[in-house]
Design a protein around this ligand. Structure first.
Ligand SMILES: Nc1ncnc2c1ncn2[C@@H]1O[C@H](COP(=O)(O)OP(=O)(O)OP(=O)(O)O)[C@@H](O)[C@H]1O
Length: 281
């Protein structure tokens, strides 16, 4: 099966030059024993882009994310971020500039909203253990800067009023937003979102869309896995479709929706909420 891609499509119009690649995954394979969960996947995310990753359950989307973030070392292939091969350790990948959220919310539920974001800043704080024990002026200054930045991020995500609430007391949609705020705290150049609207009601989903656009406007590239097709096609410049570990198609909404292999992969049913008029609403 030949994969059709529009990797060469320029961002921002037909005559605009190609934006710099932020993420380049090339020939990524991930095997678990006899099972090939990800099979020779190539994917590029460029500066300023929101790229979608869709596919039926078990298609290999999360496994692919795990290969991009150092949780898994791919069996084959390479992943580069801004031209540098990524180290196979999650904290080093975060340090390099890639942040992510998880399919299942992973907050520190007994910590406050602000503390959760402060935890996300640890890769960007330079103060060492010695200075933390002494709590000298440079430590206090760094701590204050971290708190200021964390509050700024909470403001940006619409959670500033809840900074002192325990994370576990937030409604579900706000917990998802807090995960995003915490991911942003590592000052990433690329944000990976794994099903950011799972379990959200329509209003929360709409707010999440606005937030993702706002993050893109900050200059952060975004790769998002999502089952909500309306959300994907509203947001994404490009969408790649994984089926049984392989990328079968990649392109804009029209390309993906009209591809018969995609329709077949979704059991012949029209993709939910994906007619052009619906997605435009
Ligand atoms: N650690 C693992 N060990 C063995 N098999 C795994 C492991 N992780 C994932 N798999 C298998 O790899 C395949 C791809 O799973 P993955 O979770 O990546 O799919 P997905 O597209 O994210 O699915 P969903 O949309 O349901 O989250 C599945 O068959 C899954 O059972």
């Amino acid at each position: 099966m030949t994969a059709m891609t529009t990797d060469t499509a320029p961002v921002g119009g037909a005559s605009a030059p190609l934006a710099e690649p932020v993420l380049e995954a090339s020939g990524v394979v991930m095997r678990f024993g006899g099972l090939t969960a990800v099979n020779k996947v190539d994917l590029t995310v460029r500066q300023g882009e929101i790229v979608g990753l869709i596919g039926p359950n078990g298609a290999g989307k999360t496994t692919f994310f795990n290969c991009l973030t150092g949780l898994y070392v791919p069996t084959e292939g390479t992943v580069t971020y801004k031209g540098r091969v990524l180290p196979p350790r999650p904290h080093l990948v975060t340090e390099a500039g890639i942040a992510r959220t998880f399919q299942n919310i992973r907050l520190f539920s007994n910590m406050t909203v602000l503390e959760n974001v402060l935890v996300g800043r640890h890769t960007r704080t330079k103060e060492g253990l010695f200075s933390a024990i002494l709590r000298g002026p440079s430590y206090r200054r760094a701590e204050q800067e971290s708190r200021d930045r964390a509050m700024e991020l909470l403001e940006f995500c619409g959670l500033a009023a809840k900074a002192e609430h325990l994370a576990r007391n937030l409604p579900y949609g706000e917990q998802r937003k807090l995960e995003i705020a915490r991911a942003l705290a590592s000052e990433p150049g690329l944000l990976l979102l794994d099903e950011p609207t799972a379990g959200m009601n329509p209003q929360e989903t709409r707010a999440a869309e606005e937030l993702v656009f706002a993050i893109r406007d900050l200059g952060i590239a975004i790769l998002v896995i999502e089952h909500d097709m309306k959300f994907i096609f509203n947001l994404c410049d490009r969408t790649a479709v994984l089926v049984q570990g392989q990328k079968i198609v990649e392109g804009d909404r029209e390309t993906v929706q009209n591809d018969e292999r995609v329709v077949t992969a979704y059991l012949g049913a029209p993709l939910e909420g994906t007619t052009a008029t619906e997605a435009d609403q």
